[in-house]
Design a protein around this ligand. Structure first.
Ligand SMILES: NC(=O)c1ccc[n+]([C@@H]2O[C@H](COP(=O)([O-])OP(=O)(O)OC[C@H]3O[C@@H](n4cnc5c(N)ncnc54)[C@H](O)[C@@H]3O)[C@@H](O)[C@H]2O)c1
Length: 247
C-alpha cells in the first residue's frame, strides 16, 4: 500500500486496537504520535516496540474529552512536525448498564470520551489538514452503533454519533482533499472485551458467521487500507469488521 503522508496521530494508542494500528502503521515508515490519557507505562511499551523495529514515534498525553487539552496538544504536535496527515479517533470506553440503572456519570463519560472526544480531535487537527491541503481521518465506531445492543445505550449512541460525524465531516472537507471514514468492529479480543464470560462468548459465537472473535490486526488492516492511497476515492463510508455479526 502507498501512503502520501508520514505523520499520524492515534488516540488511545497505548493498548488494544489503537496500539496495533500504531505498530502496523509505523512499519510503513509513518511517524506515529501515540496518544494516551492515563496509562503512561503502556504507552512507553508500545513506543519501545515501534522503535525496536526501527520505527519513529512520540508519546503525547491528553484527554480527548478535554477540548482545551486537545487544542494545546495538537498545536504542539503541529509546531514540531509541521503537519498531521492522519488522525485515527480510537480512544473509547464502555460503561454498560440497563437504562433504568444507568447513572448520570455513565452517560456523560461515555459520550464525552467516545463522541465529543472524536469531535474535539477532528476540530483541532482538521485546521492543519486544511492548511496542508491533505488529510485522512478514520473514526473507530462499532457494529453496536448500527445494530444497537441492550445494556449499551450510552455506548451505542456514542458510536452511532461517530457515523454521523464521519458522513458530515466527509461532506465538509472533501473539497479540501481530506477524506473521512469509519470502521465498525464487532467483538475484538482486547481488554475491553475480556470481561465476557463463557456463556456470553457462547451466545456471541452463535451469531457470528465467521466463528472466531476478531483480532486487533483485523481492524488495523482495514484502517491502514482506508488511510492509504489505494482508498483515495473512498470517503464518508463505514466498513464493518465483525465476522458477519452485523450484515
Ligand atoms: N474491542 C472491541 O470489541 C471493540 C469493538 C468495537 C469497537 N471498539 C472500539 O475500538 C476502540 C479501541 O477499543 P479497545 O478494544 O482497544 O479498548 P481498550 O480499552 O483496550 O483501549 C481503549 C483505549 O482508549 C484510551 N482512552 C480511554 N479514555 C481516553 C481519553 N479520555 N483520552 C485518551 N485516551 C483514552 C484507553 O486508555 C485505551 O488505551 C474503542 O473506541 C472501542 O470502542 C472496540
Amino acid at each position: 500500500m502507498k501512503f502520501k503522508g508520514n505523520v499520524a496521530l492515534i488516540t488511545g494508542a497505548s493498548r488494544g486496537i489503537g496500539a496495533e494500528i500504531a505498530y502496523s502503521l509505523s512499519l510503513k515508515g509513518i511517524t506515529i504520535l501515540i496518544n494516551y490519557s492515563k496509562s503512561e507505562e503502556s504507552a512507553v511499551e508500545i513506543a519501545q516496540r515501534i522503535r525496536r523495529e526501527g520505527g519513529n514515534c512520540d508519546i503525547v498525553k491528553f484527554d480527548v474529552s478535554n477540548y482545551d487539552e486537545v487544542e494545546s496538544a495538537v498545536k504542539d504536535i503541529a509546531n514540531k512536525y509541521k503537519k498531521i496527515d492522519y488522525l485515527v479517533n480510537n480512544a473509547g470506553v464502555t460503561k454498560d448498564n440497563l437504562i433504568l440503572r444507568m447513572t448520570k456519570d455513565e452517560i456523560s463519560e461515555v459520550l464525552d470520551i467516545n463522541l465529543k472526544g472524536a469531535i474535539n480531535c477532528c476540530k483541532h487537527v482538521s485546521r492543519y489538514m486544511v492548511k496542508n491541503k491533505f488529510g485522512v481521518i478514520v473514526n473507530i465506531s462499532s457494529v453496536v452503533g448500527l445494530m444497537g445492543n441492550a445494556g449499551q445505550v450510552n455506548y451505542a449512541a456514542s458510536k452511532a454519533g461517530l457515523i454521523g460525524l464521519t458522513k458530515s465531516l466527509a461532506r465538509e472537507l472533501g473539497s479540501r482533499n481530506i477524506r473521512v471514514n469509519a470502521v465498525a468492529p464487532g467483538y475484538i479480543e482486547t481488554e475491553m472485551t475480556e470481561k465476557l464470560n463463557v456463556l456470553q462468548r457462547k451466545a456471541l459465537m452463535s451469531n457470528l458467521v465467521i466463528k472466531r472473535l476478531g483480532k486487533p490486526e483485523d481492524v488495523a488492516n482495514v484502517v491502514e487500507f482506508l488511510l492509504s492511497e489505494e482508498a483515495s476515492y473512498i470517503t464518508g463510508e463505514v466498513i464493518n469488521i465483525s465476522g458477519g455479526l452485523y450484515i
